[in-house]
Design a protein around this ligand. Structure first.
Ligand code: SF4
Ligand code: SF4
Length: 507
């Protein structure tokens, strides 16, 4: 089928009534209105104007926001004394020096599996939290949520709350509107620049790169990445907002696999709220639900949805709708918790008038916990038994072997030996599995070295050539498995690698 051109409408702010009151339609309802009005085959984005709300969920969100931002911006400034000649930044991914520093731990490129293990641990922990509490990560600590909340806070300080922002967007351009918009975007950009700048500090010494950045001495790569992260922060938190959670992030798509009827999620207690309808002070509550259809839960929702429609992909489980509804319930003198954290199983039982018990520990949570424990133990064991010496052996393939005039056979190897210690160390090099073997060791510059006293410089990967010679008469097989090992003369630590010694066919 040929591609059809798709007409697009401009994004429209949710309309206010002529009297300035807010009709509060969910983003879904507004999209449907636009589509049915024949505006376009596909309705464009409907701008969401989340209303400010206070309550326990909001307080927890503020606390997590402050904690996450403080950690992100301040961690690069933490110092950690590693001795002379080494970076003193507590967390530093030194790409030029090919090292990762995490407080007392120094990760070499060969040990990147520690980072992989850490990422796997984080993923399993996320699966566990999601299976227990739904999208807790999305609603409270995802960077997109944290920075969008911060940007919204700035927007509210300058443009006002929901109705004022909607009125401002619908008003013609004036000096006051220009002033507010320019101020808001300027502050957004400063936050974005601080965010991009902090990111770079995880890769370079924070005080040095900050000074270089402002004096124009930083490299092009630094300016490029600061620019890139400034732009992405500004666009994602300032403009895209809930669109990232709804359309761009893959997590909502497959997190459904981790949820079940025992997962605690933000739910509207339909059995208690329906039939909904307006309520006047003094009206009886008999024969009706507790929901007064005030739509405050919709007005505060950062993704613009109506929680009363049931579980939805757009819901980030932030609980702000519960805060808003609790406020309303207090005002109309009904019990709080019409929107609350609950499991679907619990809700069904309550609706049927039955008792229900929370079942936090199910097969899936046990599996996630077991995976977490095993992975953590493996990581810990790996860290505690971390070697300071490593060796890899690469056998020459051309020629496979050399027959010498004295009748012996010689194989050549390239060794890479890592000495992770902070000073030069003496090693003994040996080859086992080959009787009568004679070793010759050479440096990269072809200098002769001693296998009995191999001095390897501090904190380096040394490349060494090893020539192993054996009398032909000793070779009982064409291919012999041999072990090349180095042993630290002082500490006794040993590192070894398996390889082959190849000779001519044995008759
Ligand atoms: S805030 Fe509560 S009472 Fe108001 S519409 Fe939402 S669920 Fe109903
Ligand atoms: S429906 Fe409630 S919990 Fe879900 S995103 Fe909206 S405000 Fe947050």
């Amino acid at each position: 089928m040929a591609d059809q051109p798709v007409a697009r409408t401009a994004a429209k702010p949710a309309s206010l009534h002529p009297d300035g009151s807010d009709p509060v339609l969910s983003a879904k309802q507004q999209r449907e209105t636009l589509k049915s009005a024949g505006d376009s085959l596909y309705a464009n984005r409907v701008k969401v104007y989340p209303k400010a709300v206070s309550g326990p969920a909001r307080q927890v969100k503020w606390a997590i926001l402050i904690f996450c931002l403080a950690v992100y911006y301040l961690v690069p400034w933490l110092r950690w004394d590693r001795g002379p000649g080494l970076p003193n930044q507590a967390i530093l991914l030194d790409l030029d020096g090919r090292r990762g520093y995490f407080f007392g731990l120094e990760i070499w490129p060969q040990e990147i599996y520690y980072l992989t293990g850490l990422l796997i641990l984080a993923a399993v922990a996320l699966f566990l939290v999601t299976s227990l509490f739904g999208r807790l990560w999305c609603g409270y600590s995802c960077p997109q949520t944290v920075w969008t909340d911060l940007y919204l806070w700035v927007e509210r300080r300058i443009e006002g709350d929901r109705n004022a922002r909607m009125r401002l967007d619908q008003a013609p351009w004036s000096a006051s509107k220009w002033g507010k918009k320019l101020l808001k975007h300027a502050i957004w950009l400063v936050i974005a620049l601080a965010t991009g700048g902090a990111w770079i500090m995880y890769y370079q010494d924070a005080p040095t790169v900050t000074r270089q950045f402002f004096t124009g001495e930083a490299g092009g790569t630094t300016y490029f990445f600061v620019g890139l992260f400034t732009a992405t922060t500004y666009v994602l938190a300032g403009w895209a907002r809930e669109q990232v959670c709804t359309y761009m992030c893959p997590w909502p798509r497959f997190q459904a696999a981790m949820l079940d009827e025992q997962t605690l999620i933000v739910t509207y207690q339909k059995w208690r709220g329906e039939p909904r309808g307006k309520h006047k002070a003094g009206d009886p509550w008999d024969g009706r639900g507790d929901c007064i259809d005030c739509k405050q839960c919709v007005a505060v929702c950062p993704t613009g949805i109506d929680i009363r429609d049931g579980v939805q992909l757009e819901c980030i489980n932030c609980g702000l709708c519960a805060d808003a509804c609790d406020e309303v319930m207090s005002k109309v003198d009904r019990p709080k918790g019409l929107i609350t954290w609950d499991t679907l199983a619990h809700q069904q039982a309550k609706a049927a008038g039955k008792e229900a018990k929370y079942k936090f520990f199910r097969a899936r949570t046990f599996i996630y916990v077991a995976a977490l424990v095993i992975l953590s133990a493996v990581m810990l064991w790996g860290l505690l038994s971390r070697a300071t010496t490593e060796i890899t052996v690469l056998r020459d393939r051309a020629p496979l072997f050399v027959g010498l005039s004295d009748g012996s056979i010689r194989n050549a190897y390239t060794l890479k030996i890592i000495n992770k210690q902070r000073d030069a160390q003496d090693f003994t090099l040996s080859v086992t599995g080959l009787p009568g073997a004679d070793l010759a060791v050479r440096g990269q510059d072809d200098s002769e070295l001693s296998a009995e006293k191999l001095v390897l410089p501090a904190d380096t990967v040394s490349t060494i050539r090893l020539f192993v010679k054996a009398p032909k008469a000793q070779l009982q097989q064409e291919r012999l498995s041999v072990t090349v090992a180095v042993k630290n003369s002082k500490t006794g630590e040993r590192a070894a690698a398996e390889t082959l010694f190849i000779g001519p066919p044995v008759p």
